[in-house]
Ligand binder design. Structure first.
Ligand SMILES: *Cc1c(COP(=O)(O)O)cnc(C)c1O
Length: 452
């Protein structure tokens, strides 16, 4: 059997056509060096298309500043540094400058998040959530988390680390119209199952949640509140969203590559000395060994940028999201949360059930160089999970490129021309290219400061 015939018969989760194309490309290469060149060429195609020609509106994406990006390829990233900071704590010698960088990172994170403790060693926020489950719960414990159609994330559900580690998952009651926890139902439901941990994590996040009320309820039996701020992390540090730790959350995780706009990875912050040993030792030796010190250096620099520019950057992100949502709503896309001013975050959620649902809309918009994602809506039934009814639209990147409310009107126009008026996306693409070409610079960083 040839390699290709054999591959064609294997069970496969990835797209078979994409893998077959890669095999054909490798077969056509004269030598391994040509294979290497094929990789570099694909990376360059992405940099040109996504980096220069698209209006990128994915809510979990953020461009990093030139200096942060440069640190990601620094020499320090080839060094090994397991364990906690300090010569006695490390397994390896030679870490004195790595210790400096990591200590700077922790102390910067503590300043931006105004907290007592921070950990910087998770290569993804998914891992940060696994750390929290390890530190603050045990197999068989009941955990209450939000279901996916109201914004919940797999990391806190049965199909993610929480489920894989044997935690029992009970849904947090949610008001699908207000898009917040249904606190009165929670008040009745929580004592029935007495969750050890309530994990409030929302990938679709428009409004603040009743953190202090929830904490007061679960405190009765010593339950702890875990705020998964993957998306809102930058907004929280930049004082543009509720501050979960100040409102009673015991611990908060977050993605460094979403609103925080640093290198993709995870951070954990908390105040309570009582949980420090459990959390820090769940990071190492349980969930992190070598933890990519180049990434840590980049994270530290991104945090310094956030301290300098975070408030202004995050405030404009939210203004832009509100402006974009209002402009889309006015152009015939029903937007969630209209009765509450649409959004208080970087996200705007469109209900596109009448326009062919989320996947088709996202694919058509991609042909116009406008990048968004299909998203479940609270009204989506389990049968709809593969064909979500909504679109999630985020304003992190366009804001960092210097766009403001006026450009949000222009973007809403383009989206509505494709989705509502069904114009050929290729026509709209010319306007997307034109808008994008006027916003090539990155702001809210030391190189370029604030936009004009
Ligand atoms: C994105 C997300 C995560 C995972 O974060 P990564 O940094 O991608 O690992 C966890 N929880 C929620 C709510 C998210 O939206």
């Amino acid at each position: 059997m040839t390699a290709t015939a054999k591959a064609d018969n294997l069970i496969e989760v990835h797209d078979r056509a994409a893998l077959a194309t890669a095999r054909a490309l490798l077969d056509s290469c004269a030598n391994p060096q040509a294979m290497g060149a094929a990789i570099t060429a694909a990376v360059a195609r992405n940099a040109r298309w996504r980096g220069e020609e698209c209006i990128n509106l994915l809510a979990p994406e953020a461009p990093t500043s030139p200096a942060v990006r440069a640190l990601l390829s620094a020499e320090i990233g080839t060094r090994a540094a397991e364990g906690h900071i300090g010569p006695v704590n490390r397994w390896f010698a030679g870490t004195r400058h790595i210790d400096e960088v990591e200590a700077l990172c922790i102390e910067l994170l503590k300043r931006y998040f105004r907290c007592n403790y921070a950990d910087h060693r998770m290569c993804a926020s998914m891992i940060g959530n696994a750390v929290v489950y390890t530190a603050l719960s045990s197999p068989g414990d009941v955990i209450m988390t939000a279901a996916q159609p109201v914004g919940g994330h797999s990391s806190n559900r049965l199909d993610g680390p929480a489920g894989a580690m044997g935690r029992k998952i009970v849904d947090i009651p949610f008001d699908p119209h207000e898009l917040v926890v249904d606190i009165e139902t929670f008040r009745k439901a929580a004592p029935l199952v007495r969750p050890r941990l309530v994990a409030l994590g929302l990938s679709m996040t428009l409004f603040p949640q009743p953190v202090s009320e929830m904490k007061a309820i679960i405190s009765d039996w010593g339950g702890r509140l875990f705020f998964d701020a993957a998306h809102q992390l930058g907004l929280i540090g930049g004082k543009q969203f509720q501050d979960p730790l100040k409102e009673g959350a015991d611990i908060m995780t977050g993605s460094a590559g979403k609103t925080f706009s640093g290198p993709q990875s995870g951070i954990i912050v908390w105040d309570d000395p009582e949980i420090t040993e459990a959390v820090t030792t769940a990071v190492f030796p349980v969930w992190a060994a070598t933890h990519q010190v180049n990434r840590v250096a980049a994270l530290a620099l991104a945090t310094a940028e956030a301290i300098a520019f975070g408030e202004a950057f995050m405030a404009q992100i939210v203004k832009n999201a509100r402006a974009l949502a209002a402009a889309l709503d006015a152009r015939g896309l029903p937007m969630l949360g209209r009765h509450k001013g649409f959004t208080t975050t970087h996200q705007a959620i469109a209900d596109v059930r009448r326009y062919g649902r989320g996947l088709a809309c996202a694919q058509t918009l991609e042909r116009a160089n406008i990048i968004v994602n299909k998203n479940l809506l609270p009204s989506d039934a389990p049968a709809d999970w593969n064909t979500p009814g909504g679109l999630r639209i985020g304003t992190i990147e366009v804001t960092r490129n210097g766009m403001k409310e006026r450009e949000m009107e222009a973007i809403a126009d383009m989206i509505a021309r494709v989705v509502v008026r069904r114009e050929r996306p290729e026509t709209v693409k010319n306007d997307a290219l034109a808008l994008r070409s006027g916003f090539r610079q990155l702001y809210y960083c030391f190189e370029n400061g604030l936009p004009a």
